[in-house]
Design a protein around this ligand. Structure first.
Ligand code: C5P
Length: 295
């Protein structure tokens, strides 16, 4: 029995800007995302019953068509007339409904893995296109690394990785619906927008203080208003000594950038009493191991 394994890393947003609301109901976005050293693992095994089976170490992920990884397999089977089935096993490490693109990354890893298993010969670009049919963050998750995402999230431009540093993550107990947060966003009343171009320049110079200073996410106003405890958590991470603090995606996970591991560990320890899911991981920017393998 051959197992095809794929790593499905989490992302954080360094910036997230919503330019306007489109006719199709989605928002025109401009966001910079980067990969961190926190990943699920997807194991794929072929079955001959022509069905998609799912299993997970986490009780929090749905094991049917509500799961994006299931839909990824289903999309490839239909599009390419695949008769074989597959068993998808998700080893969950990324917090669920957290703003870290866990579900999207699982779907992207499923696309990459099934491309190998079913010998579809699809290029990364083709997989990115298919990803866009599944969800706005899936194209980026297919590509990974550091990127500027525009449009709904499907127009991608690779960027230089952030300077090496540590990321302290704190995930409040509740999950968040991205659709709900976008619905509550009043685009005409956004008080502060991230300076996306300046962040790109800071990445190009590998300027750590500038990266920390330029972190920005327009969805913060909405989520922090709805959940004051997320605001308090953010303030706490800054007070404990992070160099820059931001909420990722639509939240509720907040992260702090820290230049040294020892300091990151101290912040994690200090946060423990206030938040159960808190950890420190390395910033990756470029996941070497993943980019080396290709399609
Ligand atoms: O594409 P996806 O299903 O991941 O998006 C989830 C929800 O987030 C959408 O239903 C939409 O309400 C909102 N969204 C948006 N503009 C985007 C991406 C997502 O309004 N560019």
């Amino acid at each position: 029995m051959m197992i095809y394994s794929e790593k499905a890393p989490a992302k954080i947003n360094l910036t997230l800007d919503a330019l306007h609301k489109r006719e199709d109901g989605y928002h025109e976005l401009e966001m910079i995302m980067t990969t961190i050293d926190l990943a699920d693992r997807i194991d794929l095994v072929e079955t001959d019953d022509g069905r998609i089976h799912m299993d997970s170490t986490s009780g929090l992920v749905p094991l049917d068509e509500r799961n994006l990884a299931y839909r990824a397999a289903s999309l490839l089977r239909e599009r390419f007339g695949i008769r074989q089935g597959v068993r998808i096993f998700i080893h969950k490490k990324i917090p669920v409904a957290a703003g870290l693109a866990g579900g999207s990354s699982d779907a992207a890893a499923t696309l990459r893995g099934l491309n190998r298993m079913w010998k579809l010969g699809l290029t990364l670009e083709e997989l990115v296109k298919l990803g866009a049919e599944l969800g706005s963050d899936v194209p980026y998750c297919v590509q990974m690394g550091t990127a500027l995402a525009k449009g709904r999230g499907e127009i991608l431009r690779p960027l230089p990785p952030p300077p090496p540093c540590w990321v302290v993550l704190a995930k409040p107990p509740h999950g968040i619906s991205t659709a709900d947060i976008f619905r509550r966003l009043d685009i005409d009343r956004i008080s502060a927008r991230p300076e996306t171009e300046k962040m790109i320049e800071a990445l190009s110079r590998s300027d750590y203080p500038a990266v920390c200073r330029l972190l920005g996410n327009v969805l913060e106003e909405v989520t922090l208003e709805m959940f004051p405890e997320v605001r308090r958590l953010k303030e706490r991470i800054r007070r404990y000594g992070a160099d820059g603090v931001l909420m990722s995606g639509s939240g509720p996970t907040v992260f702090g950038l820290v230049d040294r591991e020892s300091r990151a560990r101290r912040i994690v320890n200090a946060l423990r009493g206030f938040c159960r899911q808190v950890f420190a991981v390395r910033m990756l920017g470029i996941p070497e191991e993943l980019s080396a393998r290709g399609g």
